[in-house]
Design a protein around this ligand. Structure first.
Ligand code: DHB
Length: 311
């Protein structure tokens, strides 16, 4: 029997596929739809201390090769998502879930994480270090000193399972530096990658999204090679105790297979989920299982991280 079941630390999942934060996860209704689908889990929209309306529309556009967005962190506030995942955790046979969070300042991030620490929630937390779309706020994970200090301060009080969502890095020296920072902490996982920040899509003579004069995060086909490189670079560098979640450019079972081959323990769907809806989980699971069957693999352990080189 071919299985796509997986684990992140002590958390079990019947399927390795789930949504990527930001897609189909803004409301309880959307999250419940993912929960009822073939997905193994869901992650919530990144919650901030207070609810936010986000950037002006149009702020998300699909293209033939992917998507561009500058949502600007619209969300119902972290407490809305914390309440929902806590409620689900207390229902029989619940899947395990991920709560995505970040503050609009370091102080806000600590306020949020202290509230989660003091709550009944026992599931996974994803700290988003890679939102590219809030005007005037650089992506935290591109500043290694800030990231290191933030994680040091967080792990002084936070004892629940916490992982980080990273932006793509593009230089070997940055993979080395980033991994050296993350290896200092008892991270529950590292998730590579968020969108490639601040791309520009033009139709005729005009940008396609309104915020930031058209600049926005790129997802979909454009980003798969960058995503695979980041997953594999961190797989090569991180302590083996830190599992990797692969995100970026997955729209077929073959794409998910490649993420796992690069070292991913779980694989997230972003743009394709926006384009096809939650039925996509069943399609891609079946495609992945067909590839595994053809190759004689019964579990993800049979091929995870086993990317072959030419020398
Ligand atoms: C948004 C986009 C991101 O890529 C992210 O990590 C968080 C928020 C957004 O624009 O809402």
């Amino acid at each position: 029997m071919v299985s796509t079941a997986t684990k992140i630390g002590t958390f079990d999942f019947d399927n390795c596929l789930m949504n990527a934060a930001g897609v189909y996860c803004m409301t309880r209704e959307e999250l419940a739809d993912i929960d009822a689908s073939a997905a193994g889990s869901f992650v919530t929209k990144t919650g901030t201390l207070n609810a936010r309306a986000g950037n002006p529309e149009p702020r998300y556009v699909d293209t033939s090769l992917g998507s561009i967005n500058s949502m600007g962190l619209p969300n119902h506030g972290f407490q809305y998502y914390l309440d929902f995942v806590t409620e689900l955790q207390n229902t029989p046979n619940s899947k395990n879930h991920f709560l995505s969070l970040v503050g609009m300042s370091e102080e806000e991030t600590h306020t949020i994480l202290k509230a989660v620490q003091d709550s009944d929630y026992q599931g996974l937390v994803e700290l988003n270090l890679s939102c590219p779309n809030v005007p005037g706020k650089p992506q935290i994970a591109y500043d290694f000193e800030t990231t290191e200090k933030l994680l040091k301060d967080i792990f002084a009080y936070f004892t629940k399972p916490l992982g980080v969502k990273l932006p793509p890095y593009f230089d070997i020296a940055h993979f080395d530096r980033a991994a050296a920072v993350f290896n200092q902490f008892p991270l529950a996982f590292v998730n590579c990658i968020n969108s490639i920040g601040n791309g520009l899509v033009i139709e005729d003579e005009t940008v396609v999204i309104k915020p930031k004069h058209g600049f926005g995060g790129i997802g979909g086909d454009y980003i798969k090679p960058t995503a695979l490189a980041n997953v594999h670079a961190f797989y090569q560098r991180l302590n083996p105790t830190i599992p990797i979640i692969g995100t970026g450019g997955v729209k077929t079972g073959r794409d998910a297979f490649e993420h796992i081959l690069c070292g991913a323990s779980m694989v997230q769907l972003g743009t394709v989920l926006h384009q096809e809806g939650p039925a996509v989980f069943e399609r891609i699971t079946n495609e992945l299982k067909a590839i595994m069957t053809e190759k004689g693999y019964e579990s993800l352990d049979d091929f995870r991280g086993k990317l072959q080189y030419l020398d």
